[in-house]
Design a binder for this molecule. Structure first.
Ligand code: NDP
Length: 450
């Protein structure tokens, strides 16, 4: 796909497919990383000798458990809970929890695997993990969500801890869910500690954590633009999703003088050619975070067009920010973006572009920032939340924001330079995979056969 695999990588990829049948997203994520590593593997036979690829593609630990809870009618319900502790080579497992009906083992393995390299890129000492459940929070009452979260944490709390594994939010897990889970952890373990990130400010949270993934994706795109002496001033941007990442992507784009014109949810997308300004964004935040309504209501309120069942990639733009979910940009969507003149894509979501779409972006040599680099601001700021918890201090908003910006600049630099050094200048996919891999692989070599 992005490059030809070496015979060693090819062998391991075949093994991964055989040992993990039916886990297509995991195969896709592994193929993308292994496909980038050719020049590193050729230059460093020590990795093959130590079977690093065989080890790095096998999670250190997978936990699966039953989550029984009672709905508002008093009926028993059962969901399945997971935590994938993929790699602790460079720090405690770290990564979000996803609550969505599509969650299954293979989806979380892909997310945890991506997280290993993403966390390595952040410059902070964090291993990779991911977890969640096939529970669907949509249409559930606050009490049902609370009972689910308490039951989920009753089991999960045995496996996590501030120096072991520190989960955070992801799709379907925001401040409300983190609150319910933290309360239950504290009650069972009798510890007030930094075991989850994304906490509210009054009980251990960090300023800028909510904003971090969206802001970070825009900071990363800004760095890519700088390599072409360009900026966001006057750029028209399409954004998908309307959750945490999408909302703060729009906020930062507005601050930098760009115009965000779309938002979406699983029902469809809205197109507001005048731009989603601060006032309209406040409406979206209330709609999505408090009323838990549908994006269609934006179209009704502001008299703009709503496209049922469609995604925004056919809308003309300079830059696109996929911020909803995996595989949301197909090869055709990528072509539509390119045909319309889009020359910047920064992935707020994880693996939102299919392999066919990635190929098109790379061939067209646009500024394409893959998720594991572009959306690393969220986990980086979670890392900053962990540091503040350990220090029992809270840093000011500007301090956290400056650190986030500095980290995004470092990630950009690392990916950019690794791509140059290994013969694929301008290819941030190869650059991010290589830079993320080397640090983890070298730590594994140092630590022996574990
Ligand atoms: P939220 O739950 O806050 O929002 C998700 C948004 O995406 C919603 O608008 C949702 O619509 C839409 N969406 C979810 N699944 C689908 C689907 N299958 N098809 C169409 N639309 C969908 O999640 P986040 O904003 O936190 O996460 C968005 C993406 O960013 C995910 O890929 C996540 O892994 C990634 N990410 C998040 C980080 C964070 O800090 N939160 C960090 C790094 C990456 P609906 O409500 O209709 O389901």
């Amino acid at each position: 796909m992005t490059a030809k695999m070496t015979s060693y990588a090819e062998r391991v990829f075949e093994l991964v497919k055989k040992r993990n049948p039916g886990e297509s997203e995991f195969h896709q994520a592994v193929e993308e990383v292994l496909g980038s590593l050719g020049p590193v593997l050729d230059k460093n036979p020590k990795y093959e000798k130590a079977r690093i690829l065989e080890r790095i593609t096998e999670p250190e630990r997978v936990i699966m458990f039953r989550v029984p809870w009672q709905d508002d009618k008093g009926e028993p319900q059962v969901n399945r809970g997971f935590r994938i502790e993929f790699s602790s080579a460079i720090g405690p497992y770290k990564g979000g929890l996803r609550l969505h009906p599509t969650v299954y083992l293979g989806l979380l393995k892909f997310l945890a695997f991506e997280q290993v390299f993403k966390n390595s890129l952040t410059t902070l000492p964090m291993g990779g993990g991911k977890g969640g459940s096939d529970f669907d929070p949509k249409g559930k009452s606050d009490n049902e969500v609370m009972r689910f979260c308490q039951s989920f944490m009753t089991e999960l709390c045995r496996h996590i801890g501030p120096d072991t594994d520190v989960p955070a939010g992801d799709i379907g897990v925001g401040g409300r869910e983190i609150g319910f889970m933290y309360g239950q952890y504290k009650r069972i373990r009798n510890e007030f500690t930094g075991v989850l990130t994304g906490k509210a400010l009054s009980w251990g949270g960090s300023l800028i954590r909510s904003e971090a993934t969206g802001y970070g994706a825009v900071y990363f795109a800004e760095e890519m633009l700088k390599t072409r002496n360009d900026s966001f001033k006057g750029k028209v941007c399409t954004v998908s999703g309307s959750g945490n990442v999408a909302q703060y992507t729009v906020e930062k784009l507005n601050q930098l003088g760009a115009k965000a014109v779309t938002l979406s949810d699983s029902g469809g997308f809205i197109h507001d050619p005048d731009g989603i300004d601060a006032e309209k964004l406040a409406f979206v935040m209330e709609l999505k975070n408090v009323k838990r309504g549908r994006i269609k209501e934006y179209a009704e309120k502001y008299k703009v067009k709503y496209y049922e069942g469609k995604n925004p990639w056919g809308v003309k733009c300079d830059a696109a920010f996929p911020s909803a979910t995996q595989n949301e940009i197909s090869g055709e969507d990528a072509q539509a973006l390119l045909d319309n003149g889009c020359f910047v894509v920064a992935e707020g979501a994880n693996m939102p572009t299919t392999p066919e779409g990635i190929d098109k972006f790379l061939k067209a040599k646009i500024l394409y920032g893959p998720g594991k680099a572009a959306n690393a601001g969220g986990v980086a700021t979670s890392g900053l939340e962990m540091s503040q918890n350990s220090l029992r201090l809270s840093w000011a908003r500007d301090e956290v924001d400056n650190r986030l910006k500095g980290i995004m600049q470092s990630i950009h630099k690392a990916a950019y330079e690794a791509a140059e050094e290994y013969g694929s200048p301008g290819n941030y996919v190869v650059g991010a995979n290589i830079a993320g891999f080397i640090k983890v692989a070298d730590a594994m070599l140092d630590q022996g056969l574990v």
